[in-house]
Design a binder for this molecule. Structure first.
Ligand SMILES: *Cc1c(COP(=O)(O)O)cnc(C)c1O
Length: 230
């Protein structure tokens, strides 16, 4: 299968699932996760119509962003953020999905170049509540959101999660439902959030059923990665 065929297949999975859940397929955006992939592979995806790409290693991403700057692409940072990397992230990206502490948001806000539109951000939620995984717990959200809303160079869009891999469909749904409930509760409290970034190659259907507005797909577009980097 070519990258173009894979993309078509993923788009069909998205459309079929959306239809099954009475959602418009347009409310689910496909982020192609291009980490570890060559620039050639990305160009194949671009030629097949893909414009949004996700990366999790900053230096690798910058090389690609510079090489592909003639295309009008939207780059999303989805990796763990060290505070000494925020300046370049604020400069190169349109979206950051992986904000896991206030300090990082504050630095990105200060470092977002003034001539650029606000940086779109999601807060990364730790759904498994394992002490070792990065992310914010659901209980910590409201006070953190209030602080982040005052950062004018950021546009807080919503929540993101990378749950532990589960094969069982109902288990996947239950996990994503936790994020959806937190999201809906925040909306009901008046926070204007519009983005739920959840669902990867193995669980995109369950994520769409639970309201995902961005699914982040790598393997099912580009094939198996040689080394797992997440
Ligand atoms: C690698 C990665 C993905 C894509 O995972 P696949 O299983 O290859 O689809 C999605 N989100 C994040 C944060 C990742 O690091």
């Amino acid at each position: 299968m070519t990258i173009a065929q894979n993309l078509q297949h993923v788009c069909k999975r998205i459309a079929d699932t959306a239809q099954r859940c009475h959602r418009s397929a347009h409310t689910v955006n496909l982020l192609a996760v291009s980490k570890t992939r060559s620039i050639d592979d990305i160009v194949h995806a671009i030629n097949a119509g893909q414009t949004r790409f996700g990366e999790n290693q900053l230096q690798e991403a910058i090389t690609k962003i510079n090489a592909l700057q003639d295309y009008h692409l939207e780059w999303h940072f989805i990796g763990h953020i060290q505070s000494n990397k925020t300046r370049e992230i604020a400069h190169y990206f349109t979206w950051v999905h992986s904000i896991d502490r206030y300090k990082i948001a504050k630095r990105l806000n200060e470092q977002r170049p003034a001539h650029m539109p606000p940086l779109n951000i999601c807060l990364q939620i730790n759904l498994d509540e394992e002490a070792t995984k990065s992310g914010i717990t659901i209980d910590e959200l409201p006070p953190l959101i209030i602080k982040i809303q005052s950062l004018t160079h950021l546009h807080l869009r919503g929540l993101m999660a990378i749950p532990a891999k589960q094969q069982d469909y109902h288990a996947q749904q239950n996990t994503f439902a936790k994020l959806r409930r937190a999201f809906v509760e925040l909306q009901q409290q008046g926070f204007p959030l519009d983005t739920l970034s959840m669902g990867m190659s193995h669980d995109l259907e369950a994520a769409i059923e639970q309201g995902a507005t961005i699914v982040r797909i790598g393997t099912d577009i580009f094939g198996e990665r040689r080394e797992k980097t997440c």
